[in-house]
Design a binder for this molecule. Structure first.
Ligand code: NI
Ligand code: MN
Length: 232
C-alpha cells in the first residue's frame, strides 16, 4: 500500500487495486509534470472547492466514471456538472470496500469555479484505508478539536498544511501535531506559490524535536509505503 504526495494537497492512496485520489490539483500544479499523468482513480475525495483542490476533478471523474465524495454542497455542485457524487457532512462517514472516510471540521472557506460558487463548509478527512488511519487536514488553521480527532484513533499519518497565509504556518502545524499525536507527519500546501514558500527541513526538525512523530517532507514521485511508513 502506497501514498503519493503531489504538492499542495493532492494525494493518492493505492492498495489492493484501489486508488483513492484526494484533491486532484494536477493541471497547473507546479510540482506535477505537464500534461499530468492519469492516475486512474477509483474514487475522488475532496476537502473543499477551491481551485487548488478541486483541480481536475470534473475531467477525471468524467473520464473514469468514478464517484466524487465531498461535503454536501460541493457534492451537489458536482452532481450539477453531471458527475457521480456522494455528499456527506461533519461527523459522517462514507464506506468503501477499502474502509471509510469520515468528514471532520476544517477552519477555512470554500468556493468553486470561475463564478466563485459557494460550496459549503470545508472539511478535513479522516480515512481508514485498510488497516491504516490517515488524517488529511485539508486547508485549515490549528483548532483545539484536533485533539478529539487524535483521540478517535491512533493516526498513522497526518497531512498538515504549513504554507501560512491561507492555512496554518509551520509553527502552528507543529502545535497541531502535538494535539493529533500521529506516528508521522507529512507537510502540505507549501512551495507551490510565491507566497507559500516554506522550509520543509525546518518543519521536519521542529516536529521531530518537539513531538513524538516522525516527519517526511515528500516530493513529487516519492512513494511512501503505508505499512512501514518509509519511502521506497
Ligand atoms: Ni483553500
Ligand atoms: Mn488551498
Amino acid at each position: 500500500m502506497l501514498l503519493h504526495f503531489m504538492g499542495q494537497a493532492c494525494t493518492l492512496l493505492e492498495g489492493h487495486g484501489h486508488r483513492v485520489l484526494i484533491d486532484p490539483y494536477l493541471t497547473g500544479n507546479p510540482w506535477v509534470p505537464q500534461p499530468p499523468p492519469d492516475f486512474e482513480p477509483t474514487v475522488i475525495l475532496l476537502t473543499h472547492g477551491h481551485d487548488d483542490h478541486f483541480g481536475d476533478t470534473a475531467e477525471i471523474a468524467r473520464k473514469h466514471g468514478c464517484p466524487v465524495v465531498a461535503m454536501s454542497e460541493l457534492a451537489k455542485y458536482c452532481t450539477d456538472l453531471g458527475l457521480k457524487a456522494i455528499g456527506a457532512n461533519y461527523g459522517g462517514s462514507v464506506e468503501f470496500p477499502w474502509g471509510r472516510v469520515k468528514f471532520v471540521p476544517a477552519w477555512h472557506s470554500s468556493t468553486t469555479g470561475p463564478n466563485r460558487v459557494y460550496t459549503g463548509n470545508p472539511a478535513g478527512l479522516l480515512i481508514w484505508f485498510f488497516d491504516r488511519v490517515i488524517y488529511h487536514a485539508g486547508d485549515t488553521c490549528i483548532f483545539g478539536d484536533m485533539q478529539l480527532i487524535g483521540d478517535e484513533a491512533q493516526i498513522d499519518l497526518a497531512l498538515l498544511p504549513i504554507g501560512d497565509r491561507f492555512t496554518m504556518g509551520p509553527r502552528d502545524a507543529v502545535r497541531a501535531a502535538r494535539l493529533i499525536r500521529p506516528r508521522m507527519v507529512i507537510p502540505t500546501h507549501y512551495n507551490t506559490r510565491p507566497f507559500l514558500q516554506q522550509d520543509p527541513e525546518w518543519f521536519r526538525n521542529a516536529v521531530e524535536s518537539e513531538t513524538s512523530a516522525r516527519c517526511i517532507p515528500m516530493q513529487y514521485g516519492d512513494r511512501l509505503e503505508l505499512n512501514s511508513l518509509k519511502l521506497i
